[in-house]
Design a protein around this ligand. Structure first.
Ligand SMILES: [Zn+2]
Length: 186
C-alpha cells in the first residue's frame, strides 16, 4: 500500500525534470565568452536569435550609469543594428536586413534604441542580451553558407553554440573566431 504513491511521485519527478534540464542547456548557461544562437531558414525568411552574456559585448554587466557606460551601450547597439556586417550571406541570395530587436534586463529600451536617458531599470549581477535579427532573401536557395562576423566586432566573444533549422532539418554547430562559417545544406 505504501509503495504505490512513492513510485508515482518518483515517476512524476523524472518525467518533469528531464525535459527541463534539456531546455536550460539548449538556451545556454551564462558563461562569459560563450553565446547561444538559434537560426531558422523558412522560405525567404532568415531569423536569428542571439543570447549572450552582456560581458561579451560590453565591459560591464550592470545598468549603465555614467555617460561613458551609456556611450558604450549605444556603440554596441549600433554595431548590432548594422547586422548586414555581422551575418554575411552569399551575394547571390540577395538577403536584406529587415529588423533588429535588442533586449536586456540591465538596460532600458530607450538606451538600446539609441535614445538617451531611460534610467528605468537598475540591475546588478549577471545580465544577458537578447538580440533578434530578421533577414529576407530573394533567392534563399543560394544560402549555402553564412559567415558570422560577430567575433570581429566583439573580441570578448569566444564561441557560439548554434542551433539551425532549415528545410533540410535540424543541425547544431559551434563557431569560433577562427571557424566562423556556418555551412547550410539546402
Ligand atoms: Zn556575467
Amino acid at each position: 500500500m505504501k509503495h504505490i504513491p512513492i513510485c508515482l511521485v518518483l515517476g512524476i519527478c523524472i518525467w518533469v525534470f528531464s525535459p527541463d534540464a534539456g531546455h536550460a542547456h539548449e538556451h545556454g548557461a551564462h558563461v562569459h565568452g560563450a553565446a547561444a544562437m538559434n537560426l531558422a531558414l523558412d522560405g525567404p525568411n532568415v531569423d536569428i536569435e542571439l543570447e549572450t552574456p552582456l560581458d561579451n559585448v560590453l565591459s560591464f554587466e550592470y545598468t549603465p550609469k555614467t555617460a561613458e557606460e551609456k556611450r558604450e551601450v549605444q556603440t554596441m547597439a549600433e554595431t548590432l543594428r548594422r547586422a548586414e556586417a555581422l551575418f554575411l550571406f552569399p551575394a547571390a541570395a540577395g538577403c536584406e536586413l529587415k529588423e533588429v530587436s535588442l533586449e536586456s534586463e540591465a538596460i532600458s529600451e530607450e538606451l538600446l534604441s539609441g535614445k538617451d536617458g531611460g534610467d528605468t531599470v537598475n540591475f546588478e549581477g549577471h545580465a544577458d542580451l537578447d538580440a533578434d535579427f530578421s533577414f529576407v532573401c530573394r533567392n534563399p536557395q543560394a544560402i549555402t553558407r553564412i559567415e558570422v562576423a560577430l567575433f570581429k566586432y566583439f573580441p570578448r566573444l569566444n564561441e557560439i553554440e548554434v542551433q539551425m533549422v532549415t528545410p533540410a532539418g535540424q543541425k547544431s554547430a559551434e563557431l569560433t573566431g577562427r571557424d566562423n562559417i556556418l555551412t547550410v545544406t539546402p
